[in-house]
Design a binder for this molecule. Sequence first.
Ligand code: MG
Length: 492
Amino acid sequence: MSNPAFQELLSAYKPIWALNHASAIFEWDSETYMPLEGAKSRGFAQAEIALMKQEHMKNLEQSIIKVQKLPELGDHEKGVLRVLGRELEYYQKVPPWLIEELEKITAQATVVWRTARKKSDFSIFKPFLEKIVTLKQTETDKLGYTGHPYNALLNLFEEDLTTNDVDRMFSGLIPESKRILEKVVSDSIFPSTHPLEEMEYDQDGMKKVNLEVLRFLEMPEQSFRMDVSTHPFTVGMSLEDVRITTRYEGKSFRESMYSVIHECGHALYDLQIDRSLEYTPLAGGTSLGVHESQSRFWENIVGRSLDFTRLIYPMLRSHLTFLSTYDEGEVYRYFNMVRPNSIRVAADELTYNFHILLRYEIEKKLVAGDVLVEDVPSLWNEMMEKYLGIKPRSASEGVLQDVHWSGGMIGYFPTYSLGNVLSGMLLERLQKDIDLGSSVSDGKLNSVKNWLREHVHRWGATYSPKELQEKLFGDQYVPKPLVRYLERKYLG
Ligand code: MG
């Protein structure tokens, strides 16, 4: 990283880093401590920051061109050009009026969506979704694409992802998941309900559990904190300051605990990026799919394993007195209940990807104009019945359950399944080097963290998600390893 032209580009990027940093703190504060009336001025400030960022981005163009002309580029230089090039390309292709229209309509639509969901009335949200879909179709045309128009939107959330990739992934994943799911349900291998779901906990005790979980995961106290919010999330301020949140619903203690483990997976990715990448465009995860693979790896593959349950069981019992009549096997069964459910965020490992497939199919049709917004609720319900045998009882348990569309995030959902599939690929690759089971039962989670740092985290966004997978696995988004893991766990 010594070439003067490259150094100049990195210097020119620093104000953008600082604006991102400020914006991240604003976002974190909005979801945790900000009083309700602060929302309006916070929105104003965030919009101003976004404008400043755009200005600085445009000013980078000349520096980028200079670096592009350099005779030999290393991996870091190429990574920086790739990340900045993508952002710049978006601003060049999508006209300001369209960005502004999308901002305006989505700001309103998220508020309208909340009311529509509360009243379970799709007709309130319908005109907004129609407008959003039309604008996203225009965005697709401006961005350009090869193959399906939805590819233009997929690429915004996961670099170079196409419907071919996603179709291939689901065609290997869904029939196998269905087979395993049917067997688990018909033979009651894992329970579909459990008395611990109804068990109320005291928040102080639960908070102690969560703090102990952070200790098991050896989260670095000096560069990490945990707070409370309605929807758990992770936000990285820098490589040495990452915040997560959880929630306390008062019963079914696993929900709060698994939110912590999931968000810690995201946090570890940011915290283990090589410090030399700080203040550069590479100081973050390479994609949403790879990020989600980290959270799902820790939440499901580590966190819901029998070894981990045994590891934390004595600690759980000391803080949650009602566990005295449940042994570790029973707690493990509670952690791994299998129950087709109409709500995505409440889905288990076996049913989760069906929820994503449904959203993917609908989004593809919407973007191509193959379905009208007014027909989406009935299409949703039909597919729900086809995939999971469930009829949502209301629009709020069906088409209105997720916030994403109201925020204009069409093309985001598939990254959740990419994360699941990648977590399976990581498991098989990691097992070649270390024994995950004994690392977990011995409480040596640092060896797992170190492996992830070495093979995934330290690069930040240096390699695109596809490049990273080629380096690690010699292949991309392959569902087989996840299927093998599910088969072993649920039928083995
Ligand atoms: Mg996540």
